[in-house]
Design a protein around this ligand. Structure first.
Ligand code: 4AD
Ligand code: MG
Length: 479
């Protein structure tokens, strides 16, 4: 008999029908006459209750139906007597696929800390919280493709192994098949990468943008959505060494068009989750409310999770320039009372605390900052006529800080080449990138959305390690 997912059974009204449900036991309770077994198969946050008449089952078998065990149950669907659920399953045959010894199974009924669950990332998808997060993560990934597909964008698969450093930040993981103990050397005693697999030095990509631009210069509108890798030693709640990024790139878009697209896209994604992940969001919202009760009054969220998501969907993002933002920051009481840890003045890169002050304290809504000083941004950004700033834009979100980074691109060959030389980026390595500026160049723009930062915002989780199944961070690559 084919199994029916729990999500489907819970919606069914076909009482009396014979069905089969398979899944993992969440809890078992009851008395000497009857056992109530809650089963979850990950199709929904909700469990289905299985009722077993103790007298009709082997005692040894029922003993093995413990939290964590995997079972297949054949039975009939019935209207539930209990008030907590509408349907339940009256068990006829219970088959145990896999036992879970209660002495050693780490996921017991009590609530576990997120820190503990990170140590058992192989089992944490079975918890309510991670089930909800993973289903929402899936829904958002699906929505990304949906959005672009319906807006005339093409999904371009950019390479994961590259020879270039798109962001020019030098935070790359090297890819090599040379023997680290005995690498071939050049006459000068340097490692001879000509003998390496690709005949040159290669690394894992930090961004698909540069190749994305090549696609946009032919297909007009493309997007990439893939894993990116950064060897930055940032042990924060917002950084991963391996994260997923969505990067659309559009020919004929200027900076304002880029901002409009990014705002519309973010709102679409959040609204998609509100519409399609209601049960999981309700669960995570309650989790947040309970969590807030353990915090000091000033650290509590002003809005619940669903209120926050609706607020972002319904309100226009605030748009201002970097220069205006710095003015707000240096004129703030927060600044005057020396409450910022890092210095801020025109020309400094904004730290997370500055970004969050603007979003959470000053504007109390998402903010798009534009036209940053050129020396704190990447070489490819379009230079503004003032010679000081570039046509960059970052989107800042409450509780997250930067969620999107993007820009209009420098399409002028001479200006791009000069900027690369100034920043020590070798033209000979990026000849193919420069070629697009030689042959049929066009104004174009794009941005990158950090997928995990989006999932963080939508789920209300607070540590980025808890929104990706198997996080990669400094000194941690288990599972
Ligand atoms: O601002 P970033 O570095 O921009 C780029 O990589 C551009 N090439 C994007 C483009 O224009 N096509 O990164 C973009 C976003 C950030 O705003 C942030 O959301 C996310 O990627 N991000 C990270 N997320 C998790 N862990 C990290 N270490 C991240 N670094 C960036
Ligand atoms: Mg950035």
């Amino acid at each position: 008999m084919k199994r029916t997912p729990v999500a489907e059974l819970l919606q069914s009204k076909e009482f009396g029908k014979e069905i089969q449900v398979k899944g993992w036991v969440k809890t078992k309770r009851g008395n000497k006459n009857v056992a109530f077994i809650a089963i979850n198969d990950g199709s929904t946050i909700h469990n289905i209750q299985v009722v077993a008449d103790v007298a009709t089952f082997d005692e040894e078998l029922l003993k093995k139906v413990n939290t964590g065990a995997c079972v297949a149950i054949l039975g009939t669907l019935a209207a539930s007597q209990g008030k907590e659920q509408a349907v339940e399953v009256i068990a006829k045959i219970i088959e145990i696929y896999g036992i879970a010894d209660p002495e050693s199974y780490p996921l017991q009924k009590k609530a576990h800390s997120l820190e503990f669950l990170r140590e058992i990332a192989h089992l944490r998808p079975r918890t309510n919280t991670f089930g909800a997060v993973l289903r929402i993560r899936h829904a958002l990934a699906f929505a990304v493709h949906n959005y672009f597909n319906s807006h005339g964008f093409f999904y371009l698969h950019t390479p994961i192994i590259t020879a270039s450093d798109a962001e020019g930040a030098g935070e790359m993981f090297h890819v090599s098949t040379l023997d680290p103990k005995n690498p071939p050397l050049t006459a000068e005693g340097e490692i001879n990468y000509e003998e390496d697999f690709f005949g040159r030095q290669t690394n894992l990509t930090v961004s698909g943008q540069l190749e994305g631009e090549l696609g946009a210069m032919a297909l007009s509108q493309i997007y990439t959505f893939g894993p990116t890798f950064r060897a930055e030693n940032s042990n924060t709640t917002r950084h991963l060494a391996e994260f997923w990024m969505i990067e659309p790139e559009m020919a004929f878009y200027e900076l304002a068009d880029n901002m409009n697209l990014a705002e519309d896209f973010l709102k679409y994604l959040i609204n998609y989750a509100l519409t399609n992940c209601a049960d999981d969001l309700k669960f995570l919202e309650q989790r947040g409310i309970d969590d807030d009760k353990t915090k000091k009054a000033e650290d509590r969220n002003e809005m619940t999770l669903i209120e926050r998501l609706k607020f972002v969907v319904e309100n226009k993002f605030e748009r201002l320039t970097y220069t205006e933002a710095v003015e707000i920051l240096v004129n703030s009481n927060h600044y005057k009372k020396k409450k910022f840890e890092y210095p801020v003045s025109w020309g400094t890169d904004l730290q997370s605390e500055h970004e969050r002050y603007l979003v959470e304290k000053h504007f109390k809504k998402p903010v798009i900052l534009s036209n940053y000083p050129k020396h704190i941004k990447a070489f490819y950004m379009k230079q503004n006529p003032d010679n000081q700033t570039v046509a960059a834009m970052d989107i800042l979100f409450p509780g997250i800080g930067e969620i999107v980074g993007g820009s209009q691109r420098e399409e002028n060959y001479e200006k791009l080449l000069t900027r690369m030389e100034e920043m020590g980026i070798h033209a000979k390595d990026l000849w193919w990138y420069l070629d697009t500026r030689k042959f049929g160049t066009a104004p174009h723009s794009g941005f990158g959305l950090g997928f995990e930062r989006l999932v963080l915002f939508v789920t209300g989780m607070t540590n980025i390690r808890d929104v990706i199944p198997f996080p990669r961070t400094p000194k941690s690559a288990d599972f």
